[in-house]
Design a protein around this ligand. Structure first.
Ligand code: HXC
Length: 523
């Protein structure tokens, strides 16, 4: 820092302050900034400029310096200690944020860098406002040693403390390796930028040395790998600017905290809108796929939805929509992928989404078209029993308004799992195309009429007759409706209207669970 600080006139002190602030704000210098831009990355300050409403960002602890003297650090100044922290407004709402500055010692995390992050996380928790981290870092500052690890520990602890209290979003906008991946993993939502970000526990070199496998950075831990294969990344962005824009879009669906009202957006979409297109959505043939996302968009205000984990476990859809301006969480089987079956990943995907929505008082709407759980050794040994149980737990535990719409199949245990009445759905509606049964008619008849079919002169004809009779009984919603297992049969075109009426009537819903420390979800 400049010696001008020593000047003892008021103007001299102000000038020195301005000069030192400017120097700290110029980050790692022109050469490093050019390197950052050449890698198609914005600098940390450019990212924050894009993120916050103009002139609202208040920087905290700009003057923090590291205090390590090890391995030459005593001679190294790291502007702002490699991380820019503070708060500002995003579309008029207060958000706390940190952005690691890769141009300053690779955004590496040392003791003081971590303490700056702790400070802003503590403020976000106390202020009950969302916390956003823009990560771009070489990881633990190697010269500092164990204080860096302690720094990460303090971040993980705060991520956990804040979980379910304030929304937490992390964007991976550069490298994230080793234990550093766990702060994003503990956050609610992880964004990654294509081609410039990666996350892994151990990189390609270590993997090659230890197990002899060869893989590139991108194949191992790039945005698409985590969006489509591991399910770690919830939203993929094309560029840094796209990433910032998408974070803002998501924030617009989220309340400030679990104690805050849901954000209300102006809605010009009519409460009485009839969705005539929905009457023609379900194909005549039961095994034909259709576009469940069209149904969700039809029902949503202005046909808009914000989908998460779009490329992972595509047999289930999780998304935010708005109904009359208010956010709603949607979970829907997707008949276009594996017939919308429930498997290990689909169960995990939906369960975590349900728990997020419940924690932040976002009502749930479930669209059901599920043929069952995925059979096979692969799924059994991957623990479909334990993962499927998460879904039962998450729905049963959720006390927000829960509305279910059965569009077609609702078979067996999977029917129960998709927010059936006994898991606490407030209201279950079925379209006339619904089929609510223990299992599909073919499978059912093969079991209950095995002997009759075998003994018949023409087993194929006999089977077809028995299947038709079973279908008559169960391939419709009327048997379930007659027993009150579902509450209503509705015309598809009225789905939006019905959901609006239900959300309105349930808006003050209060439901409690037994008083205890916490439940034990089958993780
Ligand atoms: C200190 C680091 C650093 C680190 C980068 N730098 N990572 N300084 N500690 N972890 C510095 C570099 O020395 C360089 O400083 C500047 O940042 C830019 O780095 P480059 O290597 O020039 O950039 P690039 O070629 O883009 O490569 C980026 C990189 C590479 C792939 C991230 O820097 C790298 O491999 N870094 C080490 C990664 C790592 O092993 N981290 C520790 C992981 S263990 P100068 O002064 O030359 O500009 C860990 C444990 C956490 O994180 C556990 C938590 C529980």
């Amino acid at each position: 820092m400049s010696n001008d600080l020593q000047k003892n006139t008021t103007q001299g002190k102000i000038n020195a302050f301005d000069k030192n602030s400017r120097a700290l704000k110029s980050m790692g210098g022109e050469k490093q900034i050019k390197k950052q831009h050449d890698a198609n990355k914005l600098t940390a300050r450019e990212r924050l400029d894009l993120f916050f409403d103009k002139d609202t960002f208040q920087e905290a602890q700009l003057f923090v310096q590291h205090r390590s003297t090890l391995f030459g650090l005593d001679k190294k100044e790291i502007p702002a200690d490699g991380v820019i922290t503070g708060f500002g407004k995003v579309n008029g709402r207060v958000v706390f944020a940190v952005a690691q500055d890769f141009t300053s010692s690779g955004g590496s995390l040392g003791e003081m860098h971590a303490k700056k992050i702790w400070k802003v996380m503590d403020m976000a928790i106390a202020a009950q406002k969302p916390f956003v981290a823009l990560n771009d870092s070489g990881g633990a500052r190697i010269q500092e040693g164990v204080p860096s690890l302690e720094g990460y520990g303090g971040i993980f602890y705060r991520n956990t403390t804040a979980s379910g209290y304030i929304p937490q979003i992390t964007a991976i906008m550069g490298p994230t390796a080793g234990g550093a991946v766990y702060s994003p993993a503990l956050a609610d939502w992880v964004f990654m930028v294509k081609n410039s970000s990666y996350m892994y526990i151990t990189g390609p070199d270590v993997i090659k040395a230890v197990i002899g496998e060869e893989v590139s950075h991108d194949d191992l831990g790039g945005a698409l790998a985590h969006a489509a294969k591991s399910g770690v990344c919830h939203v993929v962005a094309e560029t840094d600017a796209d990433c910032i824009e998408k974070i803002k879009q998501l924030l617009a669906y989220l309340p400030d905290s679990c104690h805050s009202a849901l954000p209300l957006l102006e809605c010009t979409d009519g409460a009485e809108r009839i969705c005539t297109e929905l009457d023609a959505m379900i194909p005549d043939k039961g095994n034909r796929a259709y576009d469940m996302k069209k149904i969700i968009k039809s029902v949503a205000d202005h046909n808009e939805m914000f989908e998460l984990l779009e490329l992972w476990a595509q047999n289930i859809i999780v998304a935010f929509i708005r109904i009359l301006g208010k956010p709603v969480g949607v979970i829907a089987n997707n008949p276009r992928f594996a017939a919308g079956v429930l498997d290990v990943n689909a169960s995990d995907k939906a369960s975590r989404f349900i728990r997020f929505c419940d924690a932040f008082n976002i009502p749930l709407v479930t669209f059901t078209d599920v043929p069952g759980y995925m059979p096979g050794t692969n799924q059994e040994w991957a623990g479909i029993i334990r993962h499927g149980a998460k879904l039962l737990h998450a729905y049963s535990e959720a006390t927000v308004p829960k509305i279910t719409v059965i569009t077609r199949k609702a078979y067996g245990g999977a029917y129960i799992g998709m927010c059936s009445k006994q898991l606490g759905a407030d209201y279950v509606m079925a379209w006339p195309t619904a089929e609510i049964a223990v299992m599909g008619a073919e499978g059912a008849c093969n079991i209950i009429y095995r002997n009759e079919i075998k003994a018949a002169d023409d087993p194929a004809v006999q089977r077809a007759e028995l299947v038709a009779a079973y279908e008559d009984k169960f391939n419709n919603p009327y048997f379930a409706a007659s027993m009150g297992i579902i509450d209503e049969i509705i015309a598809p075109r009225d789905t939006r209207k019905r959901i609006i009426a239900l959300l309105e009537s349930l808006k003050d819903k209060k439901e409690t669970r037994l008083s205890k420390k916490h439940s034990n979800i089958p993780l």
